[in-house]
Design a protein around this ligand. Structure first.
Ligand SMILES: Cc1cc2nc3c(=O)[nH]c(=O)nc-3n(C[C@H](O)[C@H](O)[C@H](O)COP(=O)(O)OP(=O)(O)OC[C@H]3O[C@@H](n4cnc5c(N)ncnc54)[C@H](O)[C@@H]3O)c2cc1C
Length: 302
């Protein structure tokens, strides 16, 4: 690869558990941090020229990497992608900016909409890709444009996309660099009160001090996945060093040096139990990928 003009950082043989909130994941061949869009274009061009597989990572708060790591380059967007700017009710946020900070900053400006999303520990890019949300609101509800690098390595803007529950409806291999949002002005103290209420709810119901990736399963229609798991008495269920949280049954926590295989064993067990007891097929909310970047769906009920 010719990365002479590349200004970012390249690290070889890096453990991925450092970059995920689950603190799980084996060694990646390469972790690359481009500093700006030019860097990113150079990088994607060189990676495709050399047929090097790559994947883009945000804050690693919705992903389970394999214990075997990843055979390719993990791209993490650097400081040049962390900007947040507002003009009237329009916001442009860089993909590496924190979603929580975006929610706080817009609230301070008197712009309402993101109150429910405060406290979600993702980046703007990751949150847009998975359409992160809570309490019936999702990030893509407010998104008017997504800027990024397409599979051919060219800067592109998308203005039509079909977001769904936990999917931004964006093309595969599209690296989000910034998104535009339109929010509405409201009384800042009302926004602040609402945000405080949702943050308090998070603190009281979620095991925020433990390593996890948030909810493991999507909520099936009209039912909370956590409630179904709880009703089966599975809180505290443990495999290896992974355990179903006693605070929230949809969270699988790493109680210290858990393996991806421990988490996967729990996922299989839960899916089978919920299927046998309720006839409900739980779908994964977290993304599980193998060392070649292929999505995995362990224990899926056919
Ligand atoms: C304690 C806790 C609470 C949580 N609460 C919630 C919640 O209430 N609601 C909710 O929806 N989620 C929740 N989550 C899950 C997670 O925080 C969100 O899904 C978050 O938006 C993921 O963002 P990320 O940057 O960590 O993405 P990552 O996990 O790094 O990546 C997720 C996906 O997005 C892709 N991606 C990342 N960056 C980009 C980019 N720039 N361009 C294109 N694709 C990209 C990745 O390739 C991957 O496929 C929670 C997690 C934790 C640990």
């Amino acid at each position: 690869m010719n990365l002479e003009r590349f200004k970012g950082t390249i690290n070889l043989a890096i453990p991925l558990h450092r970059f995920t909130t689950w603190k799980i994941g084996g060694i990646a061949d390469m972790v690359v941090i481009p500093q700006d869009k030019t860097d990113l274009e150079i990088l994607v061009y060189e990676l495709s020229k050399t047929n090097t597989p790559w994947l883009i990572l945000g804050n690693g708060s919705n992903i389970l990497f394999s214990d075997n790591g990843y055979r390719g380059a993990v791209i993490i967007l650097g400081d040049g992608f962390k900007h947040i700017s507002t003009e009237d009710s329009m916001i442009r946020a860089g993909a590496a900016a924190s979603l929580h900070q975006l929610a706080q900053k817009t609230a301070q400006t008197g712009l309402a909409g993101l109150e429910e999303l405060a406290g979600i520990p993702g980046t703007v890019g990751g949150a847009a890709f998975v359409n992160a949300g809570a309490h019936g609101k999702s990030l893509m509800d407010y998104c008017t444009a997504v800027h990024g690098i397409n599979a051919l390595g060219k800067q592109t803007t998308l203005t039509t996309f079909r977001p769904e529950y936990r999917s931004g409806g964006l093309p595969d291999n599209f690296i989000i660099t910034d998104i535009d949002l339109k929010l509405t002005f409201k009384n800042p103290s009302e926004i602040h009160a609402l945000m405080t209420k949702y943050l308090e709810k998070r603190r009281s119901t979620q095991p925020l001090a433990d390593a996890s990736a948030g909810c493991t399963f999507k909520n099936p229609d009209n039912r909370g996945a956590g409630r179904l798991i709880d009703e089966l008495g599975l809180k505290g269920f443990q495999k290896g060093r992974a355990m179903i949280s006693s605070k929230h049954a949809n969270f699988i926590i790493n109680i210290g040096e858990a393996k991806a295989s421990d988490v996967i064993d729990i996922i299989r067990h839960v899916r089978m139990k919920v299927w046998k007891s309720y006839g409900v097929r739980l779908q994964l909310e977290v993304l599980i990928i193998d060392e070649y970047g292929n999505p995995q769906n362990p224990g899926r009920i056919p």
